[in-house]
Design a protein around this ligand. Structure first.
Ligand SMILES: [Fe+2]
Ligand SMILES: [Fe+2]
Length: 401
């Protein structure tokens, strides 16, 4: 390529470079000093290495950002009766081609959700009492998604490394999608959408007010497990199949703290600070009265809220141990305490109640979602990395056995 290079004054150009270098040293030096007293550079970005502070961490990027993009689902496709227009032209062409390969019965199955027939479907399938119970239960996570969106956006500003930020960026996007899609879905049910219960309010506000990466505990360990439990419980019901897509996203989010801290481990103090341990415990305990608040609505759907709560607590305890979020009370004791509390409540509220192991129950429906959770929790319990490589190895081993 031929360019008509313009003449420059080399001497001036060198002086300009030198002045910039001196001012740069002065400004960076001042910022470094100021950072010792809480001021200094705000952006945790390392321009010398073209990375965010914390390094590249490509593992995190691949496990969460790349994987999220691969599994990204479009609301326009899964909730065609909504007003979302998020599919590209190519995706629409692909979908219409895919549709042509379906037989008549399968096409009817898909088309029924793409028209006003959706409302007819839910009115045919559910009584008003059942509809309201479903909306009451879904509202817990509807509000929860709004907080997950806010919390993820804050964690994004606090987390380190390029891979970590890429992972959190996808979580912010997915929580935003969860909130707006779930809202649209719930509004179509023509039911009153209740406010927060105070138990939920406490957990979510405490999560948002937690500092730095401690937010991972409230959000990815506690709230995501509640979400997975609710989506897992409702995702097989007619008209609610889209919740399986949510369940898939949330299972990936619950693995994020483990993967993140494996790359950038917590300090001893972050794990064991008495203040942090107390706060974590106070975030888990409101789940006990919350299950009593949910009992009536879940009972309408044939689900025992104490079994739901027991399963949820067991999963939270499991994940918090694996990640290293200590609480004063060890998980095995915490589980017994919660089991006792549920039994005390049941013996007071249910005639003929005999003591049961609520913490060993499970309320996840359908083979797909059960398989996802099994894989997730097996990986946690065998102490393997939550990665595709490790999961492949374990699955191979399981098949061989
Ligand atoms: Fe979510
Ligand atoms: Fe999530």
């Amino acid at each position: 390529m031929e360019f008509n290079a313009l003449p420059i004054n080399e001497k001036v150009a060198n002086n300009v470079r030198r002045v910039e270098s001196v001012v740069n040293t002065a400004v960076r030096g001042y910022e470094k000093l100021a950072s010792l007293v809480g001021g200094g550079r705000k952006g945790p970005y390392d321009d010398k290495n073209f990375e965010f502070v914390g390094g590249a961490r490509d593992n995190l990027r691949m496990k969460h950002y790349d994987k999220s993009l691969r599994l990204l689902w479009k609301a326009e496709h899964h909730l065609p009766q909504g007003n979302f227009r998020d599919m590209t032209k190519d995706e629409k062409v692909f979908m219409s081609q895919a549709k042509q390969t379906l037989n008549k019965k399968e096409r009817i199955q898909i088309d029924r959700f793409s028209s006003d027939e959706y409302k007819e479907l839910i009115n045919r399938e559910y009584t008003q009492e059942q509809k309201q119970a479903i909306i009451n239960i879904l509202s817990i996570i509807g509000h929860g998604e709004a907080y997950a969106w806010m919390v993820a956006a804050e964690v994004l500003t606090d987390c380190k490394s390029t891979g970590g930020r890429a992972a959190l960026t996808m979580q912010v996007l997915e929580e935003a999608k969860h909130f707006v899609v779930l809202r649209e879905l719930m509004l179509a049910w023509d039911c009153e959408i209740p406010r927060f219960t105070v138990w939920e309010y406490i957990v979510l506000e405490r999560t948002l007010k937690s500092t730095g990466m401690e937010k991972f505990f409230g959000m990815n360990v506690v709230v995501e497990n509640v979400a997975m439990g609710i989506f897992g419980m409702l995702g097989e019901l007619p008209g609610l199949e889209i919740l399986k897509m949510f369940h898939l996203d949330e299972s990936r989010h619950t693995a994020l703290p483990y993967n993140y801290f494996e790359e950038m481990p917590m300090t001893w103090w972050q794990k064991n600070s008495p203040f942090a341990q107390f706060r974590r415990l106070m975030m888990v305990l409101p789940a006990v009265p919350m299950m009593a608040s949910l009992e009536k609505d879940m009972a309408v759907l044939g689900v025992d809220s104490l079994e739901f709560g027991g399963a949820m607590l067991r999963k939270i305890a499991h994940m918090k141990d694996r990640v290293g979020f200590n609480t004063f009370i060890p998980s095995s004791v915490l589980k017994e305490f919660v089991n006792d509390a549920f039994n005390v409540y049941a013996s007071y509220s249910r005639p003929d109640h005999t003591t049961r192991r609520f913490v060993e129950a499970d309320t996840v429906m359908g083979e797909d979602m059960q398989a996802i959770e099994k894989e997730l929790f097996d990986l946690y319990s065998t102490g393997k990395k939550v990665s595709e490589l490790a999961s492949r190895k374990i699955l191979d081993w399981r098949n061989a056995a």
